[in-house]
Design a binder for this molecule. Sequence first.
Ligand code: AMP
Length: 396
Amino acid sequence: MQALNKKTIEDINPENKKVLVRCDFNVPITDGKIDDSKRIVESLPTIKYLAEKGAKIILCSHLGRPKGEFNKKYSLKIVAEKLTELLGKEIIMANDVIGDDAKAKSAALKPGEIMLIENVRFHNEEEKNDPEFSKALASLAEIYVNDAFGTAHRAHSSTAGVSDYLPAVAGYLINKEISVMGGALSNPKRPFVAILGGAKVSDKIGVITNLLDKVDTLLIGGAMAYTFIKANGGKVGDSLCEDEKLDIARDIVEKAKSKNIRLLIPIDHVIADEFKNDANKKICFGACISDGWEGLDIGPETINLFSGVIKDAGTIVWNGPMGVFEFDNFATGTKEIARAVAESGAVSIIGGGDSAAAVEKLGFAEKVTHISTGGGAALEFLEGIELPGITCLQDK
Ligand code: AMP
């Protein structure tokens, strides 16, 4: 529960001060158009608050992976246009990050005005958390606000380094993310159910281990379930399975038993003879998938089993799809679990990434308590790891 004891923008007086705000404007773009503006929309409360309080606002973010040099494809101009549209107020765009244009435009800002500097990753130094670069960024402003939850697990110049040179506080989005997720982890309404899916057990060991001390039930789906099934002596055919993680899976099962935690793995599967949407498919009940077949989704009985648990939950944390939801023919498990979570009435938290995309695509976003804007950051938070972008902020 890190940011709960960190200062926020409400603990400072930003009037007439130049405030550097690190946002997460790393939005998906196709053919020069923003596909999903959620991250920009989520940054608005902090920007509006600071503007109302008469701050001189300097926004910064990364976008994509420009590899340390200027690249028009990764320019934040498109974000400035979107912000102008959303705020109904012109955003001043700087042509560089810490160069003459950014310096001149930030120095000329008037209270309530908002500018956006260019993509911080146009400089290699950003990801190296280079002190000189951090100092140069910091010199544009008098206060630093971190509101980029999506990069809070990275110690980069704009996400952490600048806090060595400026008073640093949290914005509304970071505060919301940490409060909701931290609240659920530390004081959950029970039963507390975690749903974990996705490709690999190895990516989620930390989360599972941390959650085993907190949840009442753990539901495991997606490809990672096959490592558990094989560890249990089942047959997984050609399903994705991490043979070198069988011991860890056994260990997790033992730990769950010893802590009296219910750990449920799929009891049936939608199996396919190829890894493609229009592969031949059938339902396989039990842990006996033949060679030549691979499990690409949880089956109908598993959907029923998991939905029943979800229906009675007080708190739900979900990270990772139940199957290869990118293929329409294998998306039913993920869709139905999203529906069950949305209809549960529980405090429901979607830990970013693919499960967040699924919930949004299905139109359930309004019905869940919180969809995290950070995939990796949410995962690390759920693992109980300290996030450098939050640790660096001033204590209350
Ligand atoms: P992650 O990033 O670990 O949450 O994994 C998400 C990915 O896991 C998605 O691209 C899914 O297609 C993939 N995935 C989920 N279930 C399966 C499965 N049964 N077989 C192969 N890939 C899967």
